[in-house]
Design a protein around this ligand. Structure first.
Ligand SMILES: [Zn+2]
Length: 270
């Protein structure tokens, strides 16, 4: 094959298909979802869930440099209640599960950059480990303990939402148990933090499109509920109709991907 032909034709076509720079910009609120900030330990087969502190720092600085305003759950819930519009520069930074590395790495980076983050906590694993993972594919690591969670909350850079009591697949357990996971976690977290828990994230995104389970979430009093589906949600948001989509920031993604996620609603075409 003529190498010049390859460079001029195949490479740009492949590049175009892989990334979404050619899509038109999409409206809606970008909600970033992270899990673990750090380098994957030996044995981790779910490396997408790990973003290095260096990359996280670059991403937060990029957001700041480009005029994005980070929001808390409580601020977004308030805007929803009052029917206030977004300016178009808002972004919500969320973390699922509540790992100790959120305290060790993410929180100091957010604070240094005067940026706000929101963590979905699994109540029964506070100060324990991520026991819902199969340790053969994802090693068990420490979750943040009560002291760390309270210190972050008091700093004014972190807020919390519920990610259930035990991180179950809500559609795979008896309905009454799912309702208990949804309601009890709200009650326990509110008593722990002395704040209203207005946000909920479905573990694995399961239940976000199940009418009965979603109704249980809304009936429990959560204002905002977040799926794991890739995309942005238009604002004003019609709470009764659907959950809020998110943008999963993967471990191997750079600033180019972050920019595409935020502008286009997804970074890669496949
Ligand atoms: Zn989770």
């Amino acid at each position: 094959m003529n190498p010049l032909w390859f460079l001029t034709a195949i490479v740009p076509i492949g590049f175009s298909l892989r990334w979404t720079w050619w899509l038109s910009d999409s409206n809606g609120l970008p909600v970033l979802v992270y899990h673990k900030i750090g380098n994957p330990p030996k044995g981790s087969k779910l490396k997408d869930l790990w973003v290095s502190p260096e990359n996280f720092d670059k991403q937060i600085k990029w957001l700041k440099r480009n005029g994005y305003r980070t929001l808390f759950f409580s601020e977004l819930a308030d805007m929803h209640k009052k029917g206030l519009p977004l300016n178009g520069n808002e972004v919500l930074i969320t973390f699922d599960d509540g790992y100790e590395n959120n305290y060790t790495y993410a929180w100091p980076i957010l604070a240094e950059n005067s940026s706000k983050g929101n963590i979905f906590v699994v109540y029964n694993t506070i100060g324990k480990t991520n026991v819902w993972h199969n340790p053969e594919t994802e090693p068990w690591i420490n979750m943040a303990d009560e002291k760390m969670l309270k210190e972050m909350l008091e700093s004014g850079f972190i807020e919390y939402g519920s990610h259930t009591m035990n991180h179950p697949k809500l559609e795979k357990i008896p309905y009454e148990d799912a309702v208990w996971e949804i309601r009890e976690s709200k009650k326990q977290l509110e008593s722990l933090f002395g704040r209203e828990m207005c946000a909920f994230a479905y573990p694995y995104g399961i239940g976000a499109y199940n009418e009965k389970i979603r109704k249980a979430v809304l009936d429990a009093g959560y204002i905002l509920d977040f799926s794991f589906k890739q995309g942005k949600t238009n604002w004003p948001w019609e709470r009764e109709k659907h959950t809020i989509d998110r943008l999963f920031i993967k471990g191997n993604e750079g600033l180019w991907d972050l920019k595409l996620h935020i502008k286009k609603g997804k970074a890669r075409f496949f």
